[in-house]
Structure formats: C-alpha cells, structure tokens
Write a protein that binds this ligand. Structure first.
Ligand code: NAD
Length: 482
C-alpha cells in the first residue's frame, strides 16, 4: 500500500482515570438507568440516542475518513499502540465498570481478562502484516493487489463481551484507514462508551464514535447509505434482519452470530485431565459466550467418570458478585437471558434428565444468579441440547459410537465452534475434520488468538475476524494492472 506522510501530530498517553471519573465521563444524569445484574443497584445512566443522532455521527465519521486514510500506516500503527497503552493505564476502572454493568467477576477469565484482551488485540492488530502485493509480474503483465479503506465502518455488538468484541471490530477497521461508528448493546452501553472514551483520549476527533441506543439505531446503521461495511456480532435472528436491511446499499458484512457448540469426548480421553478444560470451555463468562461448549457428547465408556470429574470442578467454582475478588462466576446479565436458561433447564428436568450439579435459584435473592447446572442422562433432541442456552447449564449426552456423535454434533443449523477431547491428537484431528464448525479445538474449547482467523459456518454467520484475514475484511481489494 502507498503510505502518505503523517498529517497530524500524535497525542500523548493520558493520565489514569478513576472509576468515578470514567463513569462521570459517560453517564448522563437525565439518561436511562443501567442496573447492576448482581444487585439491581443503579450503575449509571445512559443517554439513548436517536436515528438522527446516528446520522450526525456517520456524517462526522465520513468527513474525518479521508484525513485518517491519508495518514501513513506507521502513524496508524503508532496510534493503535498508544491506544493499547491508554487501556492498560485505565485497566482497573474499566474492569470495575465492566464487572458492575455486565456482571462478570473481576477475576477468572472475566473482567480483568477482557480488558487485558482489548490491549492485546490492539497490539496484535498493529503488528499484523498488511495484505496485498504483486500477484503477477512477468514480461507481459504487472498486477498489484491493494487493499483500500472501505470508508465508514459500522460496528454493532452484544452484551456478553462488550469491550473485547468492540475492539475486535474497530482495531482492524482503524488500521486499514476506515473511521468507525459503534452501536453498543442496550444492556452494556456504559462499558463501551467508557472504552471509546479512553480510546478517544488518543485518537483524532471523529475517527471513532459510539452512539448508544436501541434496535432502531442499529437498524439505521445497517441501512445507512454512507456506511460501507458493517461488523455485527449478536444473535442469528438479528443477523438475518441486518442482511435484509443492508441489501439496498449492498453493504459488506461480517456476521458473527449465535452458536451451539458441540464437544465430543472420545473413549480414550482421561476424565480427570480434561475436566477443568471442559468446565471453562462451557462456563467461561458464566456460559454467556458465543463459542462456549454448549452440548457435550461423551462416550459411554467414560461417561460416568467425566460426569464425576466435572462435578468436582463445578462445585469448587464460586459464583457471586463480580467485585468480590473470590468469585469466578457471576449472574446472568439480564432477566430475559435468565428466563431462557431457567426454562430450558426446567424442560430438561421435566423430560427426565438428571441435574447432577446445581440447586434451585433463590427467588428472593437480588440479581440474576442462576446456579451452575450440569444436566446428565439427557436426550439429544431435548431443547436444552438443541437450543442455545447462553448461560451456566451444560447438557451431557451419552453416545455409543463416534459416527453417532459426529452426526449429533452436525445436526443443527449453526456451526461456530466445536471440540474433540482425546489422549490421541491424531485421532481427535480426524474427527475434527468431520465437524461442521468454523473452529474445532482439540482438548480445549473457545480459546481465540489475535493471529488465528475466527468465524462461523451455517447460521453462525460469515466472514472472518483476526489476523490478516481480519484486515482484508475491512478493506476493499483493488488491482492495478499495468
Ligand atoms: P442481539 O442480536 O439481541 O443484539 C446484538 C446487537 O444488535 C445489539 O446491539 C442490538 O441493539 C442490535 N440490534 C437489535 N436489533 C437490531 C436490528 N434490527 N438491526 C441492527 N441492530 C440490531 O444479541 P445479544 O443478545 O446481544 O447477544 C447474544 C447473541 O450473540 C448470542 O446468540 C451469541 O451466541 C451471539 N454472539 C456471537 C458471537 C460470535 O462471535 N459469533 C460473539 C458474541 C455473541
């Protein structure tokens, strides 16, 4: 790519904010209350914006884009690294706000982990080699493939990993010379506004804007004529609505949608050795993770041992308020999600499945806490297996031969991730190759890496994020032939 000279001086890294100063920067005294899912207390207030506000943000982003694209790549890289530093400087207040608003504990693979991942992703995106280059160079032809900015990128995110997913969407878009308008989930707007506030202490004006609001703001962003590309992470139903609303403008789309990831434990697996990996594969972020293990298929030879080993791990994992340093599991983020999990577990129990871990929730307790559930002796067609539970309840299905397990894993219309667990990696890889999923992990589940492409198949969406593929996804190819 050609790299014009730096056009603006780079700002310095700002002072560390406090939790109070960060909240004050993003809260609006007249706004809607945002409640702590652990206690029901008010975390802060958000001003929900209108579709007209969104239009104004897109217009500003459009006006700022040529100057941002005209900077050198080295300059944008430098700014992304400074942004990563600013996040690290603000890490504790960001993690505290995330914990209070989203519910996830500070510790475990949760709030501090998420904020750390934001900085790590920015650094990795800054370090990724740009795509493109000479494709044919001979006596007759000289053809070079360039990746140009698309213009304004829209980013719509969910409530489960609000900061990290926002960074996944915006870091490659900024690196490639686009400006970005972010629409956070209505459940976790403050976390994203705070993150963007920290980023904007480094970035030039209007390169990155967050517009809080509901579905109508998201719908406007996905149909906006001046938004060239939309990065969407959320449910399959909303992804389908976005495909329709973006059709008139032929917007480019990356869709990271829902999943119902299967894990297959082969008969030679060591139950004790895999139990903790299975647990965190399923219960990371209290099960509210797109590529979490959501249905576990265990060979009958090791079924009872796997259930026992998982039970031991599950009983040792404390659930409670996120700000309590001891906890590693938190509440469901909202009552609607709590109701989905409770309905599915009740239906499983009514159908004769056995709850081997997990008591009944306390109806009088504050917050949306749903005790960790392991559900055994469950049929594959039970709704807890067939539907995405997105919470702390794992169904464990017994199987008798591997072909049967592969067929059950592949029978749904989603395919984000999957995993195979075995003491023989080659045997596990052979099974993995038969699974219909964008990523298949061996002896782990759900780990993502900024250099490894990530995306779904079937109704889990299309397009890839991360690494050089992620950079290509927020750019338009142009061949110069001659
Ligand atoms: P959701 O689809 O309800 O909402 C996501 C976002 O879309 C929100 O910001 C919402 O305001 C917005 N939105 C709603 N209607 C819209 C419309 N018509 N047009 C444009 N935007 C609209 O999803 P959620 O409940 O926040 O998130 C949970 C889901 O996300 C789960 O299914 C989960 O598997 C999935 N998810 C997928 C990934 C992935 O990488 N594949 C990651 C995280 C979550």
């Amino acid at each position: 790519m050609t790299t014009p000279a730096v056009t603006e001086p780079v700002t310095t890294t700002p002072e560390a904010p406090t939790h109070e100063s960060l909240l004050a920067a993003v809260t609006d005294p007249d706004g809607r209350e945002v409640l702590d899912p652990a206690t029901g207390e008010v975390v802060g207030r958000v001003a929900d914006r209108s579709a007209e506000d969104l239009d104004a943000a897109v217009a500003s982003a459009r006006a700022a884009q040529p100057a941002w694209a005209a900077r050198s790549d080295a300059d944008r890289v430098d700014l992304l690294l400074r942004v990563a530093e600013a996040i690290e400087t603000a890490a504790e207040p960001l993690a505290e706000l995330l914990s209070r608003e989203q519910g996830k504990p500070l510790n475990g693979p949760n709030a501090r982990f998420e904020v750390g991942a934001c900085a790590a992703w920015l650094r990795a995106t800054a370090a990724t080699e740009l795509p493109g280059g000479t494709v044919v160079d001979d006596a007759d032809t000289h053809a070079v493939l360039h990746y140009r900015p698309v213009g304004v990128v829209g980013a719509i995110g969910p409530w489960n990993w609000p900061m990290m997913i926002t960074v996944w969407q915006i870091a490659p878009a900024l690196r490639m010379g686009n400006t970005v308008v972010v629409k956070p989930s209505e459940y976790t707007p403050l976390s994203v506004l705070a993150l963007v506030h920290v980023l904007n202490s480094v970035l030039p004006a209007d390169v990155l804007t967050a517009v809080a609001g509901g579905r109508e703001v998201g719908a406007r962003l996905s149909s906006h004529p001046d938004v060239a590309k939309l990065m969407f992470t959320g449910s399959t139903a909303t992804g389908q609505a976005i495909i329709k609303s973006s059709a008139d403008t032929v917007k480019r789309l990356t869709l990271e949608l829902g999943g119902n990831d299967a894990g297959i434990v082969l008969p030679d697996a060591d139950p004790e050795a895999i139990a903790e990996g299975l647990f965190w594969g399923a219960f990371i972020n209290t099960g509210q993770t797109c590529a979490a293990l959501k249905r576990l298929y265990v060979h009958t030879d090791v079924y009872d041992e796997v259930c026992t080993a998982l039970t031991d791990v599950a009983r040792a994992m404390p659930m409670g308020r996120g700000l309590d340093e001891d906890n590693v599991l938190g509440p469901l983020q909202n009552r609607a999600q709590y109701d989905i999990v409770a309905r599915l577990v009740d239906a499983a129990r009514d159908a004769g499945a056995k709850v081997i871990v997990g008591g009944d929730p306390d109806p009088d307790a504050p917050g949306h806490f749903y005790p960790t559930k392991l559900v055994a002796d469950i049929d594959d067609d039970n709704p807890l297996v067939a539907e995405e539970q997105f919470g702390p309840a794992l169904p464990i299905v017994r199987y008798h031969d591997v072909d049967q397990a592969v067929a059950m894993a592949n029978r749904l219309d989603v395919g984000l991730g999957a995993s195979v667990w075995s003491s023989d990696k080659e045997a596990a890889r052979a099974v993995a190759a038969r699974l219909e999923a964008g990523t298949v992990w061996i002896n782990s589940h759900g780990g993502v890496h900024p250099m490894i492409p990530f995306g779904g198949v079937k109704k889990s969406g299309y397009g890839l994020e991360f690494g050089v593929e992620g950079l290509k996804a927020v750019a338009v190819p142009q061949v110069i032939n001659g």
